[in-house]
Design a protein around this ligand. Structure first.
Ligand SMILES: O=C(O)CCC(=O)C(=O)O
Ligand SMILES: [Fe+2]
Length: 315
């Protein structure tokens, strides 16, 4: 520092370090915009984007010690401070939904309130997004516009912030799986959950590979074998305590044979939110309709309010 240029007053003033801008204060310069989005979706701030080339943070553990089970467990995939920042960023920037639907079994109908916030982006293999907003989707083989009746819901392209993550996850997936869907769950508290199910829908093709990334509060991920001959139904489920930044890749025959869930929880982390992102590949249009039906639906759009500390209706 050139002392001669400093005034006496400034000499005695303590030199304060420039304040590091908080994530919330960082001006956002660019957004993903699309007619199908309820609002523009911010791009990743440099602090997160610059950390992506270093992922995965650890080499995964392979878990194949039970029949039909084939998991890769990154503990973590994203280091703690980046995972924390990414959690706050995605919770603030993505549109979320609280989907309701009815199921009919014979004469009975039951209304289901999805017990978590959800959102989804992507389109199945048979269509491609174009940069032209007047004709956003073309047939992936002929490159001609798709008929307006092809999908019940308007598919939304994966915004740049999630697409950067998708690319990193793909690069890390050893068998070269390509993902065209990104499903996001937000569990606001320990009361939010997902019950036992498997993601073995036919529209994902046989033996789908699904990468599942956790951010925010730690939650238990339970896995149990589907009822089958020779499988002890009383056997305790596998329990993985998924922390922020952890990623589980479910591969091979896992979906065909195992169920997984995030049960409700009480206790220390129960009031904190958790985001889960699954990257998947749907191969037929039925997959696109299914994912938008159960993760966007036709209800209200919610957005995180920093002031209120909760999801509020987006206007
Ligand atoms: O939140 C999780 O870790 C699991 C989510 C899940 O199983 C799903 O979205 O299908
Ligand atoms: Fe699942």
């Amino acid at each position: 520092m050139n002392m001669a240029k400093r005034t006496l007053e400034s000499f005695y003033k303590p030199i304060s370090k420039p304040k590091k801008p908080r994530v919330e204060d960082t001006p956002q310069s660019s957004y993903s915009r699309h007619p199908s989005y309820p609002f523009p979706i911010a791009d990743l701030p440099p602090s997160i984007a610059n950390a992506l080339p270093d992922l995965p943070a650890t080499t995964p553990r392979s878990i194949t010690n039970q029949s039909h089970l084939d998991l890769l467990y990154y503990q973590p995939f994203i280091p703690q401070s980046t995972a924390r920042e990414l959690f706050h960023f995605l919770r603030r920037e993505l549109p979320f939904y609280r989907v309701q639907y009815t199921i009919r079994r014979g004469p009975n109908t039951t209304q289901i309130n999805t017990p978590r916030f959800t959102t989804v982006f992507g389109v199945d293999d048979t269509s491609l997004f174009t940069p032209n907003n007047d004709c956003p989707l073309v047939d992936s083989k002929s490159h001609t516009p798709i008929p307006s009746t092809k999908y019940k819901y308007t598919p939304r392209p994966i915004p740049a912030c999630l697409d950067a993550l998708r690319q990193r996850v793909e690069a890390a997936t050893p068998d070269g799986t390509r993902y065209n869907f990104c499903l996001v769950n937000y569990y606001a508290t320990g009361e939010d959950s997902i019950s036992y199910h498997s993601d073995d829908e036919r529209f994902l093709g046989p033996n789908p590979c699904i990468a599942s990334l956790s951010l925010g509060a730690q939650r238990d991920f339970l896995m149990k074998h589907k009822p089958a001959e020779g499988v002890d139904a009383a056997r305790v489920p596998i329990k993985m305590s998924l922390g922020s930044g952890d990623m589980v890749v479910m591969r091979g025959e896992t979906q065909a044979n195992w169920l997984h869930s995030i049960p409700k929880r009480k206790g220390c982390e129960a009031h904190r939110g958790r985001i889960n992102i699954t990257f998947r590949r749907a191969v037929v249009p039925g997959g696109t309709d299914n994912y938008y039906n159960y993760n966007v639906g036709e209800g209200k759009v919610y957005r995180w309010s920093e002031e209120e500390g909760r999801m509020v209706e987006a206007c």
